[in-house]
Design a protein around this ligand. Structure first.
Ligand SMILES: [Zn+2]
Length: 265
């Protein structure tokens, strides 16, 4: 699942390949943007904002346009060489194709895709809280947003991108394990400063590599303490990892925890 670290890693690659290049041709296979024409625009930069991707363009008449995307569950951006006679393997999955020389960016199954004036970016990312992967991340601001509803279960509050941007379900579950916090603990009862410091370290360490690991071990099946490990043994104490649900339908998410290392309170 793409979380802020994945998006940071991806946008770094997209930015290196595309920024400074002119769009030879772009197609958006989304009804509302099918007629958008950004051919001849310069790609100024590709930057992350939480789990959102912002590709900023500059048109020949100095117009500033942003291609905004969000991968959601299955989306991806791929880079293929423009010189190759590239054809989508499964065309219906392709939402956007942006040709430059030498790279073409192909967006598949994007959960969100918008083309809008750069001045209006706040329409799509303005709701986000402080961004863990932004150098100016404001831990105090994130903590105060988490405390707006002090009775809310901490796992749910951390996933709410309005409180802080970047964390997904895997990192939330792993951070809570590492801090010994039961996922349903009320946000007001958690040492938020230490928890946010750890989340920051973990997401930044993972943003420079393609594989996410919270154990430090990059081998398959050894990368997580509790995430997706229901019924298996805790790596620290040997107890059986439990699985439950946080949030309320339709946005409930699975939660995993060790009943010994993460005490109920
Ligand atoms: Zn344990």
């Amino acid at each position: 699942m793409p979380e802020g670290d994945t998006i940071k890693h991806l946008t770094t690659r997209l930015n290196a390949a595309l920024s400074g290049h002119t769009i030879l041709h772009a197609e958006f296979n989304v009804a509302k943007h099918a007629t958008v024409d950004v051919d001849g625009h310069l790609i100024v930069e590709v930057v992350p904002r939480g789990k959102h991707i912002l590709m900023r363009l500059e048109g020949p008449a100095d117009e500033r346009v942003t291609v905004h995307s969000h991968l959601r569950m299955d989306g991806m951006w791929e880079l293929v060489q423009t010189s190759a006679s590239w054809r989508p393997r499964r065309g219906f999955e392709v939402r956007a194709v942006i040709h430059t020389e030498p790279w073409t960016a192909v967006g598949r199954l994007l959960g969100e895709l918008d083309v809008l004036p750069t001045a209006d970016e706040s329409r799509v990312v303005g709701h986000l809280g402080p961004d863990l992967l932004d150098d100016t991340f404001d831990r105090r601001e994130a903590a105060s947003r988490l405390l707006v509803d002090p009775a809310r279960p901490i796992a749910e509050a951390l996933l709410d991108q309005r409180n802080l941007a970047g964390l997904g379900n895997e990192l939330v579950n792993e951070v809570l394990f590492l801090r010994g916090v039961w996922p349903w603990t009320q946000a007001g009862g958690v040492e938020l400063d230490a928890l946010l410091a750890l989340a920051l370290r973990l997401i930044r360490a993972n943003s420079t590599r393609a594989i996410r690991s919270s154990t430090g071990d990059l081998r398959m099946g050894r990368r997580a303490y509790v995430f997706d490990r229901g019924g298996q043994q805790c790596r620290r104490c040997g107890s059986t990892i439990q699985v439950g649900e946080t949030g309320t339908a339709p946005i409930s998410r699975a939660a995993w925890w060790c009943p010994t290392c993460q005490t109920k309170c």
